[in-house]
Design a protein around this ligand. Structure first.
Ligand code: TMP
Length: 254
């Protein structure tokens, strides 16, 4: 994984299906734009690109492999892992990097940590790392920690169909993998923060914003050591409030 040398910051939100990472990634973009006046961009994997479209069909059981008996089997895990990596390359070179180059903060709803946690249920962890080795390393990843049974409960009330990885026993394995992968990546110096996602959306948003402020503060202090950011800038960063409950409700209605 290569580190980000572009002017824009690259932030990733991660979590189990039903953990609320999509809502939180979108709220974060709104906070960056409205409260910090910062150009920010929301994006998601699987993408709307060509490989992402195949993935979405496979995840919702609408794309199968004919099979030798023409019995239409699910796409095999190795192919899925390669598709996720290919979708990521397409995403990175056509969407994420151009934005980062323009100085925009990119907030991605899932990135390679999802592949490491989900695909390693059945495949070798180091092979998944290998096929993702050219992916850009996020500046910060926030993992929303929600117990698998709560995720399943939330999905039962919000969704009309069940996707490939959305049953309890799969999510329990993925949850364990997430924690293990996070530990390993942290050991390698990756900045990954855990946030308790089993709370109302506004509270989770406040905690995510807090992690972001700490990250910006550390980045700014580092910059100021190499003689740029002023004390005034630091004060501004630590004083920025999260979105209010009213602003969050407006976002969710719109
Ligand atoms: P979502 O759109 O609800 O986030 O669902 C995407 C699904 O795809 C979710 O079950 C996680 C899974 N996934 C992987 O298995 N590997 C990956 O690399 C990514 C990005 C997603």
């Amino acid at each position: 994984m290569t580190s980000n040398r572009y002017p824009g910051r690259f932030i990733v939100l991660e979590g189990l299906d039903g953990s609320g990472q999509t809502t939180q990634a979108q709220l974060l973009v709104k906070w960056l734009q409205d409260k910090r006046n910062q150009p920010a961009y929301y994006t998601k994997e699987p993408t709307d690109g060509p490989v992402g479209a195949m993935l979405k069909l496979a995840l919702s059981h609408r794309l199968t492999s004919p099979g030798d008996k023409k019995d239409h089997r699910p796409i095999d895990p190795i192919t899925m892992a390669l598709w996720f990596a290919a979708d990521r390359a397409d995403h990175l070179y056509n969407e994420i990097i151009p934005k980062l180059r323009d100085g925009v903060t990119v907030v991605a709803d899932r990135f390679y940590l999802s592949s490491l946690a989900y695909q390693s249920i059945t495949l070798d962890y180091s092979w998944i790392r290998e096929i993702n080795r050219d992916a850009l390393r996020p500046d910060l990843t926030v993992f929303l920690d929600v117990p698998p049974r709560i995720c399943v409960k939330r999905m039962q009330t919000q969704r009309w169909h069940v996707e490939l990885y959305e049953d309890l026993s799969t999510l329990e394995k993925v949850g364990k993998n997430y924690h293990e992968c996070i530990r390993q990546l942290q050991v390698n110096g990756e900045r990954i923060e855990l946030v308790d996602g089993n709370k109302p959306a506004a509270e989770v948003h406040g905690a995510v914003v807090e992690r972001l402020k700490q990250f910006f503060k550390a980045a700014s202090e580092q910059q100021s050591r190499s003689a740029s950011a002023t004390q005034e800038q630091l004060a501004l960063i630590s004083g920025t409030d999260p979105l209010s409950e009213v602003e969050i409700a407006e976002h969710q209605e719109g």
